[in-house]
Write a protein that binds this ligand. Sequence first.
Ligand SMILES: *Cc1c(COP(=O)(O)O)cnc(C)c1O
Length: 240
Amino acid sequence: MIRENVTALLKELEGGNVYHERVTLVAATKTRTPEEINEAIVAGITDIGENKVQEFTAKYDDVKGGRRHFIGHLQLNKVKYLIGKVDLIESVDRDELAEELAKRSQKANIVTNILIEVNIGCEESKSGYPLEEAYEAYERLRGMQGLCVKGFMAMLPISGDEQYLGSLVGKMRELYDRAKAQDHNIEYLSMGMSGDWRLCIKHGSNMVRLGTAIFGERHYPAPVESAKNAAPADGAPENA
Ligand SMILES: *Cc1c(COP(=O)(O)O)cnc(C)c1O
């Protein structure tokens, strides 16, 4: 089933987005086993995204290939587990986190690619910069040594109003275009999950993160084994 889903999705994405840009399909792999993820990679998935540092590190060696994205809320004390192991951190939602990433990246002599997360629906349950502050945040983060800002990420609120949702993607696209006009590092506008990705690419997203559409319904809790190199669970003490 995973193979059929990936094949169909890649085929549908072949036409690109509304601007005929290539759309990157990221498999959102929370709760999925390395076997399931490897099946998706064999079927053509090039990019995978984890939400939790613990899952990211536990599965890291067993997943064969794929550019590694981190797409969840990131605690400062977990940053050290990702440095040098991640191709793109999509969820940089506050200056404090950017500073920690920059500091650790410099120390390791590497540059970490990031997206700036925007709370486009102004939802209390979601993190990210408010849209009005996002461009200024971009200018600050862009200047941080050790970081390379590659674009923006956002999650749409739940709503049946497609016109409203389309306008929110449009606002994100304006932000992306404004940055891209003078910064060749800007490449990605990451918007779209299983329920709304078609709408998102119709309004200018060029990266979608799909879980359910690839793997089927999720069952919690995560099937993570106690791998030796796993990071402590969220909420664990900093020195654990
Ligand atoms: C889980 C998740 C997705 C994918 O969700 P689906 O609805 O299963 O496609 C995308 N982005 C983020 C940040 C996620 O946590």
